[in-house]
Write a protein that binds this ligand. Structure first.
Ligand SMILES: Nc1ncnc2c1ncn2[C@@H]1O[C@H](COP(=O)(O)OP(=O)(O)O)[C@@H](O)[C@H]1O
Ligand SMILES: CC(=O)OP(=O)(O)O
Ligand SMILES: [Mg+2]
Length: 598
C-alpha cells in the first residue's frame, strides 16, 4: 500500500510517499520552504532522481496545489491512503482519526487556536478528498502525544469559568517529540519507559518537551502554538500584562495584538528576518540586533531544558531536532553551555561534525558527561504514515443497525387545542401504539390549512403536550404555502402559524416545524453505541438501492426511549426506503474520547 503524507508547517510544506509493504520505505520525499517575495526553495527526491532549486510560488497554499503534478512527474502511483499532519486536535482527539465531515468540522472549529497551521493542514485535506475521493484520509495530531500531561501542567491559573470554557494548555510538535524520543531510546539501547528526556524541536515553530519515562509530561507550547520559545515569527512567552499595555498605549485590539505576536514577533520582530541562517550570517558581520536575537533564543531554550530536568527530577538525555536543532552547531552549543552543573557537557568537535545522513542520530556529549546529547532529523511524515496504517488496520467498527421510522405529517396537541378542535371535555382515542413507550396515534384526524392549500386527515400523536407542535415535511410546507423552518422537537420559538381544523372548531397556532432528523435512544443503548445526548452523528441508510448518508442527525437520550431513528417522508423518499429500514452510524466514535467545549 502507498501512503501519501502531507506535513504543512508554519514556514514549510513537506510531503512524502511511503510503501507499507517495504517496511514503510520512503519512496518519495519533497519539501517547499523559504517562501519570500513570491518564490520558494524546493527539494524533491524520488528513486534515483534528485531535484532542488528555487521556484515561483507565493505560499504554502499554492505549493499544495502543485503536489499532484509533481507526484505524476516522478512516476508515483495514486496513493491508497493519505495521512495528514493536523496541528491542533483540541481535547477531542487523543489519537489519530479517520477524516470525515464530522472530524473535519471539529478540526475547522480549532482554526482560531492554530491560525498559522490548521487552515493549511485542512487545505491539504481538501485537496486529498477532491483528488482521491475513495481513499481513506487520516488525521494525525501534534497535540495527541501531550494528552498524557498531568492537570498541573495543562491548567492555567485563571478563573473557573474560563477553564470550564476550554482554556487550557495542549502542547504541539507531539509527532516530532515522540519520534525523536523513540530514536534516542533506540540509540541508548534502553526502553523509552526507563528514560527521562528533554526533546528540543527548533524549527520555524519551536518547542521543548519533557518526555518522562515514555510519556509527554509537559511542553513549552500552550493552548496555542504561541507560548514558550522564541520562534521564527512568534514571540513565545510574553507577560499577559502586555495586552493591557498595548491596548492603552497604541489602542491595539486583541486581534491586532494576537496577529503581531503570531506574525511579526520572534526572530522576525527582533531582526527583520525569521530565518536563523540569515540571522547567524548577520550576527557574524557584527550586527548587534542579530547577536541579541541569538542570545535571547538560546537563553529561552536553555531555561526550558533546565526547567524540565527539574520537573522530571532527572535527565538522561537531551535531543535536538528541527531545522535549527539539526543544522546549527552554534545554537546547540549556546543552549548546552554552562549546564555541566547538571551533568551535561558537550564535545565541541562532535557537535561541529554532526552528519545526519542515513537517519543517523549522533551523540555529541563529551566523554564522561552523565547526560547524553543527541541530534537527529525528525521524521514527522514517517510517524504520520505509521499512524495512518495503524488506524486503517483497526477493525472497522461493527455497525449495529438502528431501526429507521418514517414520520408522516402529524400534530401533537395541547389540552386547550383538543378542547377548541373537539369540544369541551373531549378525550382523544388512542388507536395505534407507537414504538416509543407511552406514545400512540389517535383515531381522530385534523385538517391543516395554509395560504396555498390544505392537508387532510393529518394524524394526531399522543399523549397531550404542554404546547401544540405541528410537524410537516418540506414538500408539505409547499402544499400549505408556508415557509417552515427545520427545528428540533420542542424548540418552537418564532415558528410560523398554521390553522388546524377539527370537527368542533379551528385554531390558528404557531409551532409549525419540519422536524430535524434524530435518533431516540436510552442510556444503555447509547453507552453501547458510543452515543451522547445532544451530539450529532452521520447515519447511512437505504443501502444498496439509493443509499445515502444523513449528516448531522441529532442524538436524544431519554430514560425509557426505544432506540430508533426518525426521518420524515421527504428524507425517506430520497433514500428510497419504507417500513422496516435500518441505518448504520458511520461516525468514527472510536477516536472520540471526550466532548470538550472546543
Ligand atoms: N544550516 C542552518 N543553520 C541554521 N538554521 C537553519 C539551517 N537550515 C535550516 N535552518 C533553520 O530552520 C528553520 C526552519 O525549520 P524547519 O524545521 O524546516 O521548519 P518548519 O517548522 O516549518 O517545519 C529556519 O529558521 C531555518 O533558518
Ligand atoms: C506547531 C508548530 O509550530 O509547527 P511548525 O514548527 O511546523 O510551524
Ligand atoms: Mg515543522
Amino acid at each position: 500500500m502507498h501512503i501519501l503524507v502531507f506535513n504543512a508547517g508554519s514556514s514549510s510544506l513537506k510531503f512524502s510517499m511511503f510503501e507499507t509493504a517495504d517496511d514503510m520505505r520512503e519512496v518519495f520525499k519533497g519539501s517547499f520552504d523559504r517562501f519570500q517575495q513570491g518564490r520558494c526553495d524546493f527539494r524533491f527526491r524520488g528513486g534515483a532522481s534528485n531535484e532542488s532549486g528555487e521556484m515561483q510560488c507565493a505560499s504554502i497554499d499554492v505549493a499544495i496545489a502543485e503536489i499532484p503534478a509533481i507526484l505524476k512527474r516522478f512516476g508515483l502511483p495514486d496513493p491508497d491512503a493519505i495521512g495528514h499532519r493536523i496541528t491542533h486536535g483540541g481535547a477531542r482527539f487523543s489519537s489519530a482519526a479517520l477524516l470525515d465531515e464530522t472530524t473535519i468540522a471539529a478540526i475547522e472549529a480549532l482554526n482560531p487556536l492554530a491560525p498559522l497551521h490548521n487552515p493549511a493542514n485542512l487545505q491539504a485535506v481538501r485537496l486529498g478528498r477532491r483528488l482521491w475521493q475513495d481513499r481513506p484520509q487520516v488525521a494525525v495530531f501534534d497535540t495527541a502525544f501531550h494528552q498524557s500531561n498531568p492537570p498541573f501542567a495543562t491548567t492555567y491559573a485563571v478563573p473557573k469559568s474560563w477553564r470550564e470554557a476550554g482554556l487550557r494548555r495542549y502542547g504541539f510538535h507531539g509527532t516530532s517529540h515522540k519520534y525523536v524520543a523513540l530514536r534516542a531510546a533506540q540509540e541508548v539501547g534502553r526502553p523509552l519507559d526507563d528514560l527521562q528526556l528533554v526533546s528540543v524541536h527548533l524549527g520555524n515553530g519551536a518547542s521543548v518537551c519533557a518526555v518522562n519515562r515514555g510519556e509527554s509530561m509537559d511542553s513549552s507550547m500552550g493552548m496555542t502554538p504561541l507560548e514558550g520559545l522564541v520562534m521564527g515569527t512568534r514571540s513565545g512567552d510574553v507577560d499577559p500584562g502586555a495586552f493591557g499595555f498595548l491596548n492603552r498605549e497604541f489602542g491595539l485590539s486583541p486581534a491586532e495584538i494576537e496577529n503581531a505576536l503570531y506574525n511579526d514577533s520572534g526572530l522576525k520582530g527582533l531582526t527583520g528576518s525569521s530565518d536563523m541562517r540569515d540571522i547567524e550570517d548577520l550576527a557574524a558581520t557584527g550586527n548587534r540586533e542579530a547577536q541579541l536575537a541569538i542570545e535571547i533564543y538560546a537563553y529561552r531554550a536553555k531555561k526550558y531544558v533546565g526547567a524540565y530536568a527539574a520537573a522530571m527530577g532527572g535527565l538522561d538525555a537531551v535531543v535536538f531536532t528541527g531545522g535549527i536543532g539539526e543544522n546549527s552547531p552554534s545554537m546547540r552549543r549556546r543552549i548546552c553551555d554552562g549546564l555541566d552543573f547538571m551533568g551535561l557537557q558537550l564535545d565541541h568537535d562532535r557537535n561541529q561534525a554532526v552528519d545526519l545522513a542515513n537517519a543517523a542520530a549522533p551523540q555529541i556529549q563529551a566523554y564522561g558527561s552523565r547526560v547524553r546529547v543527541f541530534v537527529t532529523e525528525t521524521a514527522e511524515q514517517l510517524m504520520i504514515a505509521r499512524e495512518t496504517a495503524a488506524v486503517l488496520a483497526l477493525p472497522q467498527p461493527a455497525f449495529e443497525p438502528i431501526p429507521v421510522a418514517v414520520s408522516a405529517r402529524h400534530v401533537h396537541l395541547s389540552k386547550e387545542a383538543v378542547t377548541a378542535l373537539f369540544g369541551p371535555g373531549y378525550a382523544l382515542t388512542p388507536e395505534t401504539p407507537l414504538r416509543q413507550p407511552g406514545h400512540w396515534a389517535a383515531k381522530e384526524r385534523v385538517v391543516l390549512q395554509g395560504p396555498k392549500g390544505q392537508l387532510d386527515r393529518v394524524a394526531i400523536l399522543g399523549p397531550i403536550r404542554p404546547r401544540t407542535q405541528i410537524e410537516v415535511s418540506r414538500t408539505d410546507s409547499f402544499s400549505l404555502g408556508i415557509n417552515v423552518p427545520v427545528r428540533e422537537s420542542g424548540k418552537l420559538d418564532k415558528t410560523p402559524v398554521v390553522t388546524i381544523v377539527g370537527p368542533a372548531g379551528s385554531i390558528t397556532t404557531d409551532g409549525l416545524i419540519v422536524a430535524a432528523r434524530h435518533i431516540h435512544t436510552n442510556p444503555r443503548d447509547a453507552a453501547r453505541l458510543g452515543l451522547e445526548d445532544g451530539e450529532f452523528v452521520d447515519v447511512r441508510v437505504g443501502e444498496p438501492e439509493r443509499g445515502l448518508v444523513f449528516a448531522r442527525t441529532l442524538v436524544r437520550v431519554g430514560a425509557t426511549s426505544f432506540t430508533e431513528m426518525h426521518i420524515d417522508t421527504d428524507e425517506a423518499n430520497a433514500a428510497g426506503i419504507g417500513a422496516g429500514a435500518e441505518g448504520a452510524i458511520i461516525d468514527d466514535h472510536a477516536t472520540v474520547h471526550a466532548r470538550a467545549p472546543i
